[in-house]
Write a protein that binds this ligand. Structure first.
Ligand code: GDP
Length: 463
């Protein structure tokens, strides 16, 4: 394997808010000598055993104490990055952590780039690309479902699946190449039929992974949800009801880079991204802002529309105008204010809604919070067929993986075309290898070494 000269990197590994403890992590060949320059404990770091901790102080150039610390030594290759790693568990204030980090840099480490520890784990061969990406996803997960899926990927579920597909492909490629080189010993009679079946099976696997992409996006990013309806039907109240359950999460997210017009509700393990909630909450300009035009605008980009009508009032022209915009969308109609005497003409409403393909109608009261469980169950059914266990299914959540699968699919279809057009066998290998390479991109594998290994090991030499 290609091994590059690596320098020693360092970063604050915990969040930047003030907290109980904060960790500065150092990784690379100089970790131990860097640590020895700045750490004062009972022993020198280079005399410590791997996987032991020592109490001491981080000191500056003059020997003045910067912080009290517990130092943890982990020698490569059995570390996250596969390199020698030192962790300094300091007090968690952001100022003191910065001072410690500065001192680490002064002693010979360099500031790590984002994701660089994980990149080293990949370069060190400890994790593959899909697992590296899963690490990022675990960190960023915002719901149980997203987290479970990323943990599955981290465990290597996706890698195993990809490896097994690639093995099948390379076996066929190697067989064809051997047969072309050595026709006396390998016969290609009847091979086209056999390969067609194999390629069909491969395509089936790739397709089934591709069909999970949409769910993957919804799990990872959340279901883009628009709450629409004419003024005063209770949009803002329903929004508050949904956010009520997740108030803590919402406040956590505030002030980050997220689009300020969006809020996030987490209901039963899935995330709803509520579109343009600022518009809904803006009461000054209500009629203008959240009338039919606004509804039209928000409907376009949404995965799910919650269309609100007021059950305590007649069906109005504005209701009908919005219904007209709902063609072809996933819609749940909510008849709000069920706690009040109902005046709405349900037959009329149902028939108008069914004209645009909406048959999901739920009565609800935002004030008394009735009907919301029904709503949440319905959303789960609509998007995940009620099934929110993802542990045993690989769900593609990553754009890069999706593209790679798409490329593999194109190449596999080309193999089928070549077979149908009666092209020479060497044409098959070109596209088979293209598919192999595309799939390999998901786990960050290279190409030539594998093929060479396979051909020599299984087909030619040992015979
Ligand atoms: P929006 O303009 O569509 O956002 O509607 P609001 O959420 O501001 O609600 C309009 C009015 O209806 C407010 O006075 C709410 O208190 C009231 N309202 C909303 N939902 C309900 C409900 O379920 N029951 C009752 N009785 N009143 C409601």
């Amino acid at each position: 394997m290609y091994i590059e000269e690596r320098d020693t990197i360092a970063a604050i590994a915990t969040g930047m808010g003030n907290s109980g403890i904060g960790i500065v992590r150092i990784s690379g060949p100089l970790s131990i000598s860097v640590a020895d320059k700045l750490f004062r404990g009972r022993k020198k770091v280079n005399e410590m055993n791997t996987y032991t901790a020592a109490y001491g102080h981080v000191v500056d150039r003059e020997g003045e104490v910067i912080d009290e610390t517990v130092l943890l030594l982990m020698k490569g290759p059995h570390t996250y990055t596969t390199e020698d790693t030192v962790e300094l568990d300091c007090h968690g204030g952001s100022y003191v952590l910065k001072k410690v980090l500065e001192r680490v840099v002064e002693c010979g480490a360099r500031l790590a780039e984002p994701g660089e520890f994980t990149k080293r784990a990949f370069l060190g061969g400890r994790i593959d690309m899909s697992e590296a990406e899963a690490v990022m996803d675990v960190i960023n997960a915002e719901s149980d479902m997203a987290l479970r899926n990323s943990l599955g990927q981290l465990k290597g579920d996706l890698r195993e699946k990809i490896i097994s597909l690639r093995e099948k492909i390379i076996y066929e490629t190697a067989f064809i190449e051997s047969a072309l080189d050595d026709p006396e010993n390998y016969s290609l009679d009847g091979y086209k039929e056999k390969l067609t079946i194999i390629v069909d099976n491969l395509l089936e696997s790739v397709d089934s992974m591709m069909t999970t992409c949409e769910n993957g996006r919804l799990i990872k990013e959340g279901i883009r949800t628009a709450i629409v309806g004419r003024p005063n039907v209770g949009k803002s109240s329903i929004l508050n009801m949904m956010l009520g359950e997740t108030r803590a999460i919402v406040t956590d997210i505030e002030g980050t880079t997220r689009d300020t017009l969006e809020e996030t509700a987490s209901i039963g393990g899935i995330i709803l991204r509520l579109i343009d909630t600022a518009g809904i909450r803006d009461t000054v300009d209500t009629v203008e802002k959240i009338g039919v035009d606004k509804a039209r605008e928000n409907i376009g980009s949404a995965d799910l529309i919650l269309f609100i009508v007021d059950g305590a009032s007649e069906v109005k022209d504005d209701d009908l105008a919005i219904i007209n915009e709902l063609h072809g969308k996933k819609v749940i109609a909510l008849i709000n204010k069920e706690d009040l005497p109902q005046k709405i003409d349900m037959d009329k409403l149902e028939s108008e809604l069914s004209n645009v393909g909406c048959t999901d109608i739920i009565s609800i009261s935002a004030v008394e919070e009735t009907g919301k469980e029904l709503l949440y169950d319905r959303i789960r059914e609509l998007f995940f067929k009620g099934e929110i266990k993802v542990t045993d299914q690989i769900i593609i959540t990553n754009e890069r993986h999706k593209e790679a699968l798409e490329m593999a699919r194109i190449s596999l279809n080309r193999v089928k075309e070549s077979i149908a057009d009666d092209m020479g066998e060497d044409f098959y290998t070109i596209d088979l290898m293209a598919a192999y390479e595309s799939l390999g991109r998901i786990i960050g594998e290279t190409l030539e070494d594998d093929l060479a290994d396979k051909i020599f090991r299984e087909f030619c030499m040992g015979k």
